[in-house]
Design a protein around this ligand. Structure first.
Ligand SMILES: [Zn+2]
Length: 143
């Protein structure tokens, strides 16, 4: 791929071969942040290393998958990187040992949004059926 880009750059306007590395132009939405729009394309064999550097290193500090993705996506690109990074973070042994709460939160999003769903449901009940709304609410949550 890299050789093709270097030989026929006009055929790959979104790619840039430089210093033996391949870069891809990624249009980004994040306003004026310091996000490089040319991301380094990471060959399969080096993705693990990039993820290690941006998750396991002391400077990375074992961030959650979302932050790790943001961190890596700011500089690198490869197809399916979000999925790979999420998987990597999920399987990180240090994270499993020291941050069990984070693992649980991923599977139980509901615990983070208490009350609100019921508030919506209750208002919906009140509308159409005036007479029964009281009974419904009485027999509702916790009843
Ligand atoms: Zn970790």
């Amino acid at each position: 791929m890299r050789r093709k880009v270097e030989q026929q750059p006009e055929k790959f306007p979104d790619y840039l071969g430089e210093d033996g590395k391949l870069y891809r132009h990624i249009p980004h939405r994040a306003g004026n942040e310091e996000v490089a729009s040319w991301k380094m394309c990471v060959p399969i064999g080096q993705r693990q290393r990039v993820m290690t550097e941006n998750h396991d290193m002391p400077t990375a500090g074992h961030l959650g998958s979302r932050k790790t993705i943001a961190r890596i996506a700011a500089r690198y690109h490869w197809p399916g990187m979000h999925r790979d990074i999420r998987k990597y973070v999920r399987n990180c042994e240090s994270c499993m040992k020291y941050k069990p709460s984070q693992l649980q939160a991923a599977g139980k999003m509901l615990t983070q949004v208490p009350e609100k769903p019921w508030a919506t449901v209750c208002t919906d009940f009140v509308g159409p059926c005036h007479d029964r709304s009281m009974e419904f609410n009485a027999a509702g949550p916790g009843g």
